[in-house]
Design a protein around this ligand. Structure first.
Ligand code: HEM
Ligand code: HEM
Ligand code: FE2
Length: 479
């Protein structure tokens, strides 16, 4: 067991590379929010930036930046913990840095192309050079191939370090899961002009990422972080991790059926999707229990210092990770379960209800814990034993969480109105769609979403200022 190695206040090469990824992640997170605000204003004033920066582009950049910043933060977190878990330096650090710069240059080019070349007909050439047209994964084909190469380098680095160093349970789960996570990307890469087939495979990436491999990934992060932050026992967090792996893959893989209800796939998916996706919240509840259980344990601070359970090595990181437990449960578990049965989904499908779930789940299950990991990275970068939450840390977590929750509630109300008026009453045709969007409940909900979006953004500004200052201040206080 590696708990005796005292790496908690030391910097290492992997952790430094991780910080490079974290910086880009935060910049992209900011870009995501700005694009969301533009799209939200366009819901209220459809003429806003019309033909200069259309809704379709703002929305596309919003959700692609979301996926990319999260992948950056995941790679950063992996590099951050690699040396701690294996006991050795990352084997190919130079190659890792090269891959970072190649990826970052490619992402920059792709985003600039999205912003400057917005419209035109779709051809074979545009698939290669502009946009692949698959929601959340719109990178053009050249970038797709580049991403695969960069990810292979990353995976090789993690795998080779794991093979050479010590092999903890956390790392074993991570190695196996990363292979699945990266491999799934391939399912979204080939083109077919049959829209049902296209959607069928596209969901393999999106659903099997967020409801299986990403969940297991953040499970490994939570296990690692709980050991570091509150000195949780490795045997206990690892035991939970294995249980989650088992349950998530069980429910997550066949739960895929809840996206096959209305895309032209056979009807047996109704039963399969209903049953297995309804089971998906079970592991999410287990995860929730897991964090709270460890929280209450009489363990010392990180690395077994034994100062009692109230000592937390990193206040803001811990706060974000606890928010993750609640957020995952609420956004994925509760909001996901609401619309997962085909009897319900036939009414809610593609309404703002889906957007409410999308916001709350991506935020609750992923943004939260990744922000927590970035805070932990900062503590390591400044080699401080303890990093307490500042006023800015508290404002950031409060405003961002309150803002996203507010947006999700507003969108739920908008979705509810769509279900009742557009779907149930007016028969779900084209004119019903527009009629429902002009009713006061819908319009007001969209207004509240925009207001709560601004609250979220103010919280983000606090977050950035805090991240830029908290490490140095903690270092000075310690000295
Ligand atoms: C952290 C985990 C999750 C994330 C990040 C997530 C995210 C999303 C997103 C973004 C969409 C919209 C996709 C689109 O653009 O069409 C979606 C759809 C959906 N999600 Fe989740 N989800 C998660 C977990 C769950 C769980 C656990 C359930 C069920 C219990 C669930 C049920 C659904 C259903 C039924 C849809 C389809 C909605 C529709 O028909 O319009 N999700 N999810
Ligand atoms: C400033 C705050 C934000 C604003 C104003 C905002 C606004 C928007 C808008 C207008 C859309 C398009 C919805 C539609 O097509 O009906 C959207 C989609 C989406 N946003 Fe945000 N957003 C914000 C923050 C976030 C955050 C923090 C996350 C997650 C961490 C997120 C995740 C998503 C997802 C997953 C979708 C696609 C949902 C779907 O298709 O069902 N957004 N957002
Ligand atoms: Fe799903």
């Amino acid at each position: 067991m590696l708990t005796s190695i005292k790496t908690h206040s030391l910097t290492n090469k992997g952790q430094e590379l991780g910080m490079m990824y974290f910086r880009v992640a935060i910049i992209l997170f900011g870009a995501q929010l700005l694009m969301g605000l533009i799209a939200a204003i366009q819901f209220l004033a459809p003429g806003f930036l019309f033909e200069i920066f259309d809704f379709s582009v703002a929305r596309m950049v919003h959700i692609n930046a979301l996926v990319v910043w999260m992948l950056y933060a995941m790679i950063g977190s992996t590099y951050l913990m690699l040396t701690d878990e294996t006991g050795i330096e990352v084997v190919g650090i130079g190659l890792g840095k090269l891959a970072f710069w190649v990826l970052t240059a490619a992402v920059t080019v792709v985003v600039l192309v999205y912003i400057f070349i917005q419209i035109g007909s779709g051809t074979e050439a545009t698939i290669w050079f502009i946009n692949e047209g698959r929601e959340y994964l719109e990178a053009p084909r050249w970038a797709d191939i580049g991403i695969v190469v960069v990810v292979l380098i990353f995976y090789w680095n993690v795998f080779a370090t794991y093979m050479k160093g010590e092999r903890t349970g956390i790392m074993t789960v991570m190695i196996a899961n990363l292979m699945a996570l990266a491999g799934l990307y391939l399912a979204g890469m080939f083109f077919t002009d049959n829209i049902s087939m296209d959607q069928f495979w596209w969901w393999w990436v999106i659903h099997l990422w967020v409801e299986a491999t990403w969940e297991v990934f953040v499970g490994t992060l939570a296990a690692y972080a709980l050991i570091k932050l509150i000195g949780a026992k490795r045997e206990i967090v690892e035991m939970w991790l294995w249980i989650e792996v088992l349950m998530l893959f069980g429910s997550g893989i066949l739960g895929l059926g809840h996206h096959y209800f209305w895309i032209g796939t056979p009807e047996y998916w109704w039963e399969i999707g209903a049953l297995f996706s309804a089971l998906e919240p079970v592991p999410l509840i287990a995860m929730f229990v897991h964090v709270l259980y460890d929280w209450g344990k009489e363990q010392g601070v990180a690395e077994g210092k034994g100062e009692g359970k109230s000592v937390i090595a990193n206040g803001p990181a811990m706060a974000w990770i606890v928010t993750n437990a609640f957020g995952n449960f609420l956004g994925a578990g509760i909001w996901g379960f609401f619309h997962t049965l085909p009897q319900v989904n036939i009414y809610t499908h593609g309404t703002q209800f889906t957007a409410a779930h999308g916001h709350l789940s991506f935020f609750g299950a992923y943004a939260t814990i990744l922000i927590g990991m970035i805070y932990y990275g900062i503590q390591r970068a400044y080699s401080v034993e303890r990093m307490k939450a500042t006023f800015k840390s508290k404002m950031a977590i409060f405003l961002i969480t309150f803002g996203v929750l507010g947006m999700a509630i507003a969108l739920t109300i908008a979705g509810y109105e769509q279900v009742l008026v557009e779907r149930a009453e007016l028969g779900a045709d084209w004119s019903a769609f527009f009629a429902a969007q002009n009713l006061p409940w819908y319009v007001q909900a969209q207004l509240w979403r925009a207001i709560m979006g601004v609250v979220t953004f103010v919280g983000f500004v606090y977050l950035v200022i805090d991240m830029l200052t908290i490490g140095k201040n903690a270092q000075e206080a310690e000295a």
